[in-house]
Design a protein around this ligand. Sequence first.
Ligand code: MF3
Ligand code: CO
Length: 269
Amino acid sequence: MGIGLRKPKFELKTPEQFALMRDAGLVVAAALEQVRQAAAPGVTTLELDAIAEACIRDAGASPSFLGYHGYPASICVSVNSEVVHGIPGPRVLESGDLVSVDCGAIVSGWHGDAAISIPIGEVSPEVQTLSDVTRDALWAGLAAAVAGNTIGDIGAAVQSFVERQAHPYGLVVDYVGHGIGSSMHMPPNVPNIGTAGKGPQIVVGMALAIEPMVTLGSAEVDVLSDDWTVVTDDGLAAAHWEHTVAITADGPVVTTAFDGGSEGLGRAI
Ligand code: MF3
Ligand code: CO
């Protein structure tokens, strides 16, 4: 125990910096909404990338994924058994596909990062429920992102939400959420499993990206030979939902939700 000021372990944002993160989050929300409206049978994943990039640039923001560790596009588009980091290309979407779209934008140096899973045409009830469970597990995690809790409380909320479902879903643990702010990926890691009360303390000024990845079967994943695309081992479908959340004295503010998260947090609490 020291006396005096300790350097915080994690980047803590001022209200002004949170305001810029909110601007970036709203750009991401708008881009994902345009992609959601455009995604339909017959559309290619590369067309979705163009829509998102135009939306980001028209807002005066920049796409954070483009060029990140050499990543060649502005969004990730992961179809069916692809979990995350699918690269947009000539693939044509078909009715029954579940398409996870991940998007990041930068405004004045500050980041937003979010993902949604989109049903194309008619999807099976089990695939729709997979997406709904993943989305609601995210909201359970976001509701736990309050000052005084720990990172383990977030993982425990996500994990217990998924494990209380009747279907034995796979909860992917090889990829995790993350701190976010002046970079897309910063400490701390935010796992989708955890023990309540364990892990780093959550304090006002932190911002986190929470991003559960849930599968219909095995939680084991592989990376394809393109060195990006993460797929389920068993070939069954996966869903991915993500939001960026700012930890304020008044509670979590979901920067990448149009309403700041009020509806989803209301449901989750
Ligand atoms: N946005 C992803 C995440 O949620 C990372 C995308 S990797 C990139 O952490 F290379 F596509 F940017
Ligand atoms: Co992320």
